[in-house]
Write a protein that binds this ligand. Sequence first.
Ligand SMILES: Cc1cc2nc3c(=O)[nH]c(=O)nc-3n(C[C@H](O)[C@H](O)[C@H](O)COP(=O)(O)OP(=O)(O)OC[C@H]3O[C@@H](n4cnc5c(N)ncnc54)[C@H](O)[C@@H]3O)c2cc1C
Length: 457
Amino acid sequence: MALGVILNRVFRTDNNPLFEYVYQNIEDIDQCYYIIPKEDFGNEAKMKRNYYYGTLQKFVHALYENDIQPFLMDYDELVDFFKEKGINEVVIAGDIMSYHKEEYDILHQRENFKKEDISVTTIRANHYFKPSKTRNNKGEPYKVFTSFYKKWRPYLMKRTVYNYDIKDLAKVGVKSKQKLKGDYSQSGISEETAQYKWSDFLDKDIEDYDSNREYLPEVLTSQLSIYLAYGVLDIIQIFNDLLDGYDKDEQNYEAFIRELIFREFYYVLMTQYPKTAHIAFKEKYQNLNWSYNEDNFDLWRKGMTGFPIIDAAMGELNTTGYMHNRMRMVVSQFLTKDLFIDWTWGEEYFRQKLIDYDAASNVHGWQWSASTGTDAVPYFRMFNPVRQSERFDKKALYIKKFIPTLNDVDAKYLHDTYKHERQIKEQGIELGKDYPKQMVNHSESRDHVMSEFKAME
Ligand SMILES: Cc1cc2nc3c(=O)[nH]c(=O)nc-3n(C[C@H](O)[C@H](O)[C@H](O)COP(=O)(O)OP(=O)(O)OC[C@H]3O[C@@H](n4cnc5c(N)ncnc54)[C@H](O)[C@@H]3O)c2cc1C
């Protein structure tokens, strides 16, 4: 048999279920083509593209070191390649959600393969739970996180699932002479570095996870979202490690595990309700009268809303490709509530910018904030950006980190710039000239949100 192994963002040599599949079937394999389909990012997502290619390049090097020389091609070249090489069976990670374009998902790819009679084996490589096995007693998917968590948390257990030796897999591998063009050595992450950072997090920061999670000036959380987005670490290994260390500090370990189960929950929802990628999960909110004001959207996108906490967070996203979880909640509420702009615009912008982009977590994160999702924040519990700033960035360290123009202004004036316009001016910053004035009045926005949502009840 000639087998195609599609390493679609499962960029790891250790604990890789696609490699385990080859190992389990090695007797039947004459030729094995290891293939990395490259994603296309267009012009919009430069930082994300570089991160992706940097990670891909590091993975290719790791494969070379193990005597595997993978084939690199665009997604739309896959089928022709299979035909040319006589490959009639492929194995692919079925749970890798789209990173940039939906047509890269197996949901869409499968159709192309089917037309050419290429048989497809899908393997879960990036999630712990199998969606079809996580239904409730009525056979329906869980729609409330707490019930999902209570039911499935006890099923987490230490598992040993990998037996392969990568050297054996190289023996059946057909070697490609292709090289990845360009030098991305300054971007991305290698499997080795990710392993090191993860161990470091387990050694130190996890024991303060609950409080660190809300600390803004620095990122003290795990950044696992980035490693998982590229499949450089294995979720089974992660849960094994967490269960190993659990007794050291149950409270913080459990808080961390809970977040990872959130990720599983959103993944299950997305597979059961794929349309929610574009439309409100709650049917009654599918026809909300959203705004599509491009000027307002632009101000939000560029971090020029006049609310320093919002603008700092957008600065973090635009300059680092990452944003703290708290701030993802705050800026998404600002866009969907204070500006009442359709959440899909924000989701799309995050898609272009986030290096840890994950369709399920992003879509459902946005739907949570927009109050259109399952289990979402009720529309009347709208975040006030000034209160959020006072509470989570009291000393304005985060604000000043991402908006250096405001460095010399006292922190206490930076949460509500409208109220402190005079004091801010006395400290050298004229609103409307050196830094924007607040673009909306929060309490007027609140009235608007109330009336629009009530109209749908
Ligand atoms: C509007 C919005 C958009 C988001 N978009 C994404 C996205 O594109 N990709 C992404 O991975 N996460 C997304 N999240 C979830 C969360 O913000 C990130 O997972 C988290 O900030 C990543 O940092 P970390 O790995 O250091 O998190 P940690 O706090 O160290 O958490 C560990 C892991 O738990 C999971 N996790 C944590 N919080 C959440 C959450 N709220 N929802 C789902 N899983 C969670 C992630 O896998 C994360 O890596 C989004 C949240 C919101 C509100």
